[in-house]
Design a protein around this ligand. Structure first.
Ligand code: HXC
Length: 256
């Protein structure tokens, strides 16, 4: 597939996908989301790739779903087309870790897209928000659920009911983002994190991601049972022997 609205590149074992519709502040139209879903699936299927970075432009990660494209939609259109389930949900099905590297606006669907990733690192220029209420609608790609789980009910209500934006400092304090990076260093830092993950045992990384995600889908007891079973199962992999032996032999493990 040739891409017009995203740029894909590979750096060693890290895939980088850049949303590239800067004049529309990377508004997430159907074509862009179709391309993104295809690129994510391709990176996930490539055995040479161990982690994926999703980023935007300096001014905007993404300013939301494309309002111009949605303006004339009717309920039957949206119900039959299922434009959210078709492409957006793909992000949550990717097996490999996906790091959102956010600079500038991450609004509406842009914030929701970042929250579908496994972690968000933010440039000091980042602005997060769910302004859909100003358009007479509400978040539609998980915002009311994922934002509430990330930052708690009171702050999520504040953001979603007023439509206000939150800067990087507030987002880090609230637990929405894992780190704040000076804007000029955002991608370098994202690649350092992704490179670290990509050098680890792919099976341990996959299981760790799945286990953390269980925390959002099940009870504490079930989640802990899943963690225990998968932890024990990892003793069936050569990477457990290599990781523990390397520690004892005071050398770096080789998970290749
Ligand atoms: C379509 C958009 C857009 C969007 C910006 N643009 N956001 N086009 N959909 N979500 C376009 C503008 O129309 C404009 O195009 C160009 O990008 C630059 O934007 P400006 O508004 O001129 O820039 P600025 O004044 O700097 O303001 C930046 C902004 C503002 C604060 C981010 O653009 C804004 O409020 N955007 C909308 C944010 C929003 O409401 N997002 C939620 C969308 S609903 P032209 O052609 O005029 O130059 C949503 C629901 C998701 O996301 C549900 C799941 C599918």
């Amino acid at each position: 597939m040739t891409y017009e609205m995203i740029i894909t590149e590979t750096h060693g074992s890290v895939a980088q996908i850049t949303l590239n519709r800067p004049r529309a502040l990377n508004a997430l139209c159907d074509q862009l989301m179709t391309e993104l879903a295809a690129a994510l699936r391709a990176a996930d299927a490539d055995p040479a790739i161990g982690a994926i970075i999703l980023t935007g432009s300096p001014r905007a990660f993404a300013a939301g779903a494309d309002i111009k494209e949605m303006q004339d939609k009717t309920y039957p259109d949206t119900a039959l087309d299922d434009f959210i389930g078709r492409n957006w949900e793909v992000v949550t099905t990717i097996r490999k870790p996906v790091i959102a590297a956010v600079a500038g606006y991450a609004l509406g669907g842009g914030c929701e897209l970042a929250m579908m990733c496994d972690m968000i690192i933010a440039a000091d220029t980042a602005q997060f928000g769910q302004p859909e209420i100003n358009l007479g609608v509400i978040p539609g790609a998980g915002g009311t659920q994922r934002l509430t789980r990330a930052i708690g009910k009171s702050k999520a209500m504040d953001m979603i009911l007023t439509g206000r934006m939150m800067d990087a400092t507030e987002a880090e304090r609230a637990g929405l983002v894992s780190r704040i990076i000076p804007a000029a260093d955002l991608l370098t830092e994202a690649h350092k994190i992704a490179g670290t993950i990509a050098a680890l045992s792919p099976v341990a990384v996959t299981i760790a991601k799945r286990s953390v995600n269980r925390a959002f889908e099940t009870t504490l007891a079930e989640g802990i049972a899943y963690e225990r079973a998968t932890f024990l199962a990892l003793f069936g992999t050569p990477h457990q022997r290599e990781g523990m032996t390397a520690f004892i032999e005071k050398r770096k493990p080789d998970f290749a």
